[in-house]
Design a protein around this ligand. Structure first.
Ligand SMILES: C[N+](C)(C)CCCC[C@H](N)C(=O)O
Ligand SMILES: O=C(O)CCC(=O)C(=O)O
Ligand SMILES: [Fe+2]
Length: 435
């Protein structure tokens, strides 16, 4: 009996099951087979072995509804077509070979790849592709054998990652939202809690962890749950006590501070800034937050040329403690993604701006007009969201997006804080599947 490829595809499964199928295969001109099955073998012009075909149970008994066929008609090489939980994926065999997880190809102990399989002959052939239960196996023409779990494939094949939708806010909009907050207990002891903390930071640019021990150790514990603390000139954990000018910086006084981002004098400013008020017994000292991406978007809309100037102009910032350190760096006030144009970073600290030596005379008016326009939006009442830090509430702020400040204050006030590196907190969010 000779069957064409189309006839084979249309073959009723019941017939496939009960016919002496393996007798008809030698006349097949192609090695293409496509149907749903408990177990399918596709053989390359040698033998065809459908086995263990409990077709009626396919959809209900398996985590994955899988359909496989190897398609050699695709340009760019053979592909294995799989239907994974309703998602149709076409995996070039080259990808599968590159991702072989056998001991020879992959060192599970170090989680590193051993070989450059993608340099193998472009025309890598599979002798047999086999899907059974939750795994896919490939027997290659050169004798190599690979096995993959379908779950793993689903997670890793063409999953460019999701985009978290940012909630851009001004004061009234943020006030109308529930405060992005997670209980200390949840943050520390459940993965869901930690994910919620990170998700809040991704969406709103900040999160409050509530009910932490009111100690420097409590602050550090909250921060360490995300990643390690950044070492800076302020040491890993810094304590600002009113009346103690531990560093020559306005932050250590009781004066008001307008909205700004910290460590603008680094090429990679701190990723997350952590604030924990351990004590305050006087008036004022409220915390100000301003969504830097929201204000920048406002500027982009109202004056694209100002926005553009702030994306293009390198501005010097510095931090000086005479006889101790002098940090200095150039960076643009606004940064946008090269491909999407979306905002990625705001660097805004008028206190720490160094002499503007980067702008030519002719360009100076345009720079000040642009910086001034942005500053005005930042300083407008409408942009401001105020809250009082209370002992036990640890505030985590995305220092690449949300600016912070404070009102002047009276009395004794102790703030414990630290910085988290951007790459490290974002990695945590990525491996938890949030990005
Ligand atoms: C207290 N703490 C270490 C958080 C910051 C103090 C440094 C503030 C500095 N002007 C800046 O913006 O980087
Ligand atoms: O005192 C505060 O609440 C914040 C001061 C500040 O800007 C900082 O520590 O970076
Ligand atoms: Fe600051």
């Amino acid at each position: 009996m000779a069957l064409s490829r189309t006839q084979l595809q249309r073959l009723p499964l019941s017939l496939l099951r009960f016919s002496k199928f393996d007798q008809c295969h030698p006349s097949l001109s192609s090695r293409l087979l496509s149907f749903s099955a408990k177990q399918v073998h596709v053989r390359n012009g040698r033998s065809l072995v459908p086995c263990n075909n409990r077709f009626s149970r396919v959809a209900t008994t398996r985590a994955f509804t899988t359909r496989v066929h190897v398609d050699s008609t695709q340009p760019g090489g053979d592909r294995v077509n799989l239907l994974l939980n309703g998602r149709s994926v076409q995996m070039p065999l080259m990808w599968l070979r590159d991702h072989c997880r056998c001991e020879e190809c992959y060192n599970a102990a170090t989680a590193q790849k051993n070989v450059d399989n993608y340099t193998l002959n472009h025309k890598l052939q599979a002798v047999e592709v086999h899907v059974a239960d939750d795994s896919l196996t490939v027997e290659w023409q050169d004798g190599h054998y690979s096995a993959y779990s379908l779950k793993w494939i689903q997670k890793n094949f063409h999953c460019p990652g999701t985009q978290v939708e940012r909630f851009l806010w001004d004061g009234p909009r943020m006030t109308a939202e529930p405060l992005p907050a997670v209980a200390f207990e949840q943050h520390m002891n459940s993965e869901e809690g930690l994910k919620q903390t990170l998700m809040n930071i991704l969406q709103y640019g900040f999160c409050v962890v509530q009910g932490a021990p009111v100690t420097p150790k409590g602050t550090e514990t909250v921060a360490n749950r995300i990643c390690f603390l950044a070492e800076t000139v302020y040491k890993r954990l810094s304590i600002m006590t009113s009346g103690v000018l531990a560093h020559s910086d306005t932050a250590y006084t009781n004066l008001p501070l307008g909205a700004h981002t910290d460590t603008t004098y680094y090429s990679l400013p701190a990723g997350i800034q952590v604030f924990h008020c351990l004590h305050h017994d006087g008036e004022g000292g409220e915390t100000l937050l301003v969504d830097g991406f929201n204000v920048a978007e406002k500027l982009r809309k109202s004056n694209p040329s100002y926005f553009d100037t702030l994306v293009r102009t390198e501005v010097p910032h510095e931090c000086i403690e005479k006889s101790n350190y002098h940090l200095y760096c150039l960076g643009t006030v606004l940064s946008i993604d090269r491909l999407s144009g979306e905002l990625t970073h705001i660097r805004f600290n008028p206190y720490d701006r160094a002499p503007l030596r980067t702008v030519a005379a002719d360009d100076i008016p345009q720079f000040y007009a642009s910086y001034g326009a942005l500053t005005q939006i930042i300083r407008s009442k409408d942009s401001e969201f105020w809250m009082k830090l209370v002992p036990g509430n640890v505030l985590l702020v995305d220092n690449w997006r949300v600016m912070h400040g404070r009102s002047g204050f009276m009395g004794q006030r102790v703030i414990c804080g630290c910085y988290l590196p951007r790459d490290d907190w974002l990695s945590k969010a990525r491996v938890l599947g949030l990005l």
